[in-house]
Write a protein that binds this ligand. Structure first.
Ligand code: NZQ
Ligand code: ZN
Length: 384
């Protein structure tokens, strides 16, 4: 196992009926800016619950943050917050609202062009504190220091990270997820699954605890997904999916082990270029990366085949093939296509994806730092 330092300061408040607890988590004299998306919280009652919890407080609102939050949408919130001297941000929504709010939090005190926070990874000196009420499990943003911001005019979708943007607290009430359309629930499951795979399907690092925790999340997702598909109001299954998503990307399983974020890096370009949902890009790219890198990943793929899918028969390559097929089958079964052709894309997109990837990834990616733009066609070829 590699050396590591683990410090995740986010306080997690989990369970049915926990939204009123946010009152005790925000300083009583704070000037709060409530940020949200394009209206779901007004339809499912979450907005009312939050406003009730904040009765008597100073609360400004900024709605309209879209999926894959846009720099141009977020900047007016930065200006509003500066003008009104906002000193606490409360994000209520899915990963896009949380990510967008992290960017707002970092931008308010930033001197210079806030786009540099993303484009140049400009170091941050401070950020306005954030709280979260999560309504869509998947990204893990509620308990990590990452944020992904898009800017269509620059054809960019780029991550930034800073310990300053860990949420101070996150409230996770699984009942808020009852109103999710199946598409978003399924997206969250595949996003979570892929986050686990990118910290697990690398090479053995003598880290059996991280391995088994990763496998536990994968198995839980596989078991719980059908329950929610059958009954969207299945509380226990909703709660399990929500907790899986948080643990998948709050550093628990990723400490001390190699990681391979190439699927996300390639997926972000597919979103930037063709507007495909984040998780749907991962469903296309992950099986292709596993196949392309089957040699360096061989030992872990065999372990994945056996422990997650129960595959013990056949030679090594056949077992790996079957594990990748089962992965595709799981994603497809949830309604996420795993082929570019489902989006009308073919070989003609390879060079466009590769050139944007080269622009955004000056250094090679992958656990061995050996995946570059020139490998993109060979990877995507496997998911035509
Ligand atoms: O905008 P509203 O009206 O709220 O509707 C949203 C949106 O249309 C809707 N929704 C959310 N909660 C709902 C609901 N609808 C009904 N009931 C509810 N309870 O769902 C739609 C999608 O929301 P969005 O926040 O975009 O989805 P998600 O949570 O999947 O976030 C995706 C973004 O997160 C980034 C992705 O790249 C993408 O931009 N990621 C962030 C990461 C991080 N910060 O660590 C890691 C991830 O890998 C990912 O890259
Ligand atoms: Zn993701």
């Amino acid at each position: 196992m590699f050396n590591f330092t683990h410090h995740n300061p986010t306080k997690l408040i989990f369970g049915k009926g926990t939204i009123p607890k946010l009152a005790g988590e925000i300083p009583s004299d704070a000037c709060i800016l409530l940020t949200y998306g394009q209206g779901s919280i007004k339809q499912n009652g979450v907005y009312d619950q939050v406003m009730q919890a904040l009765a008597g407080r100073t609360v400004l609102e900024y709605g309209g943050i879209e999926p894959n939050p846009q720099y141009d949408t977020l900047m007016p919130a930065v200006e509003l917050a500066r003008r009104e001297k906002v000193d606490f941000l409360l994000a209520v929504g899915g990963g896009s609202v949380v990510d967008g709010t992290k960017f707002i939090a970092a931008s308010i005190p930033f001197e210079g062009d806030p786009w540099d926070i993303v484009a140049k990874r400009a170091p941050l000196q401070s950020a306005v504190p954030i709280g979260v009420v999560l309504t869509l499990p998947g990204t893990g943003s509620e308990m990590n220091m990452w944020s992904v911001i898009s800017r269509d005019s620059a054809r960019a979708k780029l991550p930034f990270g800073s310990p300053l943007v860990y949420p101070r607290f996150s409230i996770l009430d699984p009942e808020t997820t009852y109103s999710l359309p199946w598409r978003q629930t399924a997206n969250g499951i595949v996003d979570t699954f892929t986050h686990v795979m990118e910290q697990y399907a690398t090479y053995p690092a003598d880290a059996p605890l991280q391995d088994r925790m990763a496998e536990a999340i994968l198995l839980t997702l596989i078991e719980e997904a059908p329950k929610v598909l059958e009954n969207p109001h299945h509380y226990a299954a909703r709660a399990n999916l929500m907790w899986c998503a948080t643990v998948a990307l709050n550093e628990t399983i990723g400490v001390g082990v190699p990681q391979d974020w190439s699927t996300h890096a390639i997926g972000h370009e597919l979103t930037a270029l063709y507007g495909i949902d984040h998780a749907r890009t991962l469903a296309i790219v992950l099986p292709a990366v596993l196949d392309f890198k089957r040699e360096p990943k061989r030992a872990k793929l065999l372990q994945y085949a056996e422990r997650v899918w129960g595959i013990r028969e056949g030679d090594e390559n056949a077992r790996i093939d079957e594990a990748i097929e089962r992965t595709r089958g799981f994603f497809e079964g949830l309604g996420l296509p795993t082929r570019l052709s489902a989006y009308g894309l073919g070989r003609e997109c390879f060079s466009e994806v590769a050139s944007l990837f080269a622009q955004h990834n000056p250094n090679p990616v992958g656990e061995h730092e050996d995946i570059t733009a020139e490998h993109i066609p060979a990877i995507l070829e496997r998911s035509l």
